[in-house]
Design a protein around this ligand. Structure first.
Ligand code: LMR
Length: 328
C-alpha cells in the first residue's frame, strides 16, 4: 500500500497537464516566461514539445511550462544548474551573471534588423558564444529570434528628451541600464512577469520590448502608446546544463539536437511574420503606435549610441566591427 505522500509524489511527476508522459520516459522540463500565442518563443517551444513527444515517444517526454509558471528568468539558470529544469530560452540579456559576451546584443542600434542578428549568430564568433558559459555549467544549443525592441511610456515618446526623468523597466543587463541612463531616465531591473503590474500601478513609467511581448503581456493597455524605435534587439539562447547534456545517451542527444535544430530553423525563418502579426494585434486591440521619421529616429541614436564606448572592452571592438559590416 502506498501512503498518501507517496501517491502525491508519483502523480506529481506526471502532472495533470502532462498526462502524456509515460512511465520510464525521461522527462525534459522546458521553462519559459512568455505566452504561447502570436509569440516566437511560445510557438517554437510548443512545436519542440510536440515533436519530441511524437518522435521520441517511449524514450523522452517534454513538458513546456510557459508564462513563468515554473520559474522566472532570474531563477531558471540556477534551477538548471541544480538539475530541476533541463531547458529554457532566456533572452540574451539574462546571462549577465555567467558571461559578458552577449552584451553586444544589448548595445543600442548595433544591429539593423533581425536578419543582421541572424547573420552575426551564424558566424564563427556567434557560434562560439554559445559555448562561452560551458565552464559555468551552461551550454547554448541554438538561438531563437524574437525581434526589435520598441519603447513605450505613460506619456508620448517622440524625442529622446521625452524619456528624461521617467522610470523604465529593464531586463537585468548593465548595458540596458546604461542605455536609459544616457537618456537621463531611471532604469529599474524587474522580472518579466511583474512588468504589467508595475506599469499599471506606476511603479515604473515605461518599458522597452518587442511587439510580441508588448502584445502578449498587454503592456499597450497601460501605456500612453508605443514608439516604433527599433532601437535594439531581443533574442534568445536555448540553454541546457552541460552535465545533463553530456550525460545523455549519444543516440538520444543526437535525436534531440536534430529536432531542436529543425525547429530553430523553421521558426526563425517565420519570425518576421509573427512579429508583424503581433504589431497588428496591438493596433487591432486599440493600442497606439507612433512611427518616427528618419530625423526623429536619428536623434535617439545620437543619445544612445555613445553607450557602446562603455562596453567595448567587454564585447570586443572586432565583434562590433563584424556586426557593423553585416549591417551594410
Ligand atoms: C523580458 O524580460 O522582457 C524578455 O526577456 C521576456 C522574454 O522572454 O521575451
Amino acid at each position: 500500500l502506498l501512503t498518501a505522500t507517496a501517491v502525491a509524489a508519483l502523480t506529481s511527476t506526471a502532472g495533470a497537464a502532462f498526462a502524456d508522459c509515460d512511465e520510464g520516459e525521461m522527462v525534459i522540463k522546458f521553462s519559459h516566461v512568455t505566452n504561447t500565442d502570436k509569440h516566437p518563443k511560445g510557438i517554437a517551444a510548443s512545436l519542440l514539445q510536440e515533436r519530441v513527444n511524437e518522435e521520441m515517444d517511449g524514450t523522452a517526454c517534454m513538458e513546456v511550462y510557459p508564462n513563468s509558471t515554473l520559474y522566472n528568468d532570474d531563477q531558471v539558470l540556477e534551477a538548471m544548474l541544480q538539475g530541476d529544469v533541463q531547458m529554457a530560452a532566456p533572452s540574451l540579456s539574462k546571462f549577465e551573471q555567467f558571461t559578458k559576451v552577449f552584451r553586444i546584443y544589448d548595445l543600442p542600434f548595433m544591429f539593423k534588423n533581425i536578419e543582421a542578428v541572424d547573420a552575426f549568430q551564424a558566424s564563427d564568433t556567434g557560434q562560439e558564444m554559445m559555448e562561452s558559459m560551458a565552464r559555468r555549467g551552461l551550454l547554448g544549443l541554438g538561438y531563437w529570434h524574437n525581434g526589435m525592441k520598441q519603447l513605450s511610456a505613460n506619456t508620448p515618446l517622440i524625442e529622446p528628451g521625452d524619456a528624461a526623468g521617467l522610470k523604465f523597466r529593464v531586463q537585468p543587463s548593465e548595458v540596458l541600464k546604461a542605455q536609459f541612463e544616457a537618456l537621463d531616465a531611471s532604469p529599474q531591473p524587474m522580472a518579466f512577469s511583474e512588468v504589467y503590474g508595475a506599469l499599471q500601478t506606476g511603479v515604473v513609467d515605461g518599458q522597452e520590448n518587442t511587439w510580441s511581448n508588448i502584445y502578449g503581456q498587454k503592456f499597450f493597455e497601460v501605456q500612453d502608446g508605443t514608439t516604433e524605435t527599433n532601437h535594439g534587439v531581443l533574442d534568445y539562447l536555448v540553454v541546457t546544463s552541460t552535465d545533463w547534456w553530456d550525460g545523455l545517451d549519444e543516440e538520444v542527444r543526437t535525436q534531440l539536437e536534430t529536432i531542436l535544430d529543425e525547429v530553430t530553423e523553421q521558426r526563425n525563418a517565420a519570425v518576421s511574420e509573427v512579429d508583424a502579426e503581433a504589431r497588428q494585434a496591438v493596433l487591432d486591440a486599440g493600442g497606439e503606435i507612433r512611427e518616427l521619421d528618419e530625423e526623429q529616429r536619428a536623434a535617439w541614436l545620437d543619445v544612445m549610441k555613445p553607450v557602446w564606448e562603455q562596453f567595448t572592452d567587454d564585447v570586443g571592438q572586432e565583434n562590433i566591427d563584424a556586426a557593423q559590416s553585416i549591417n551594410q
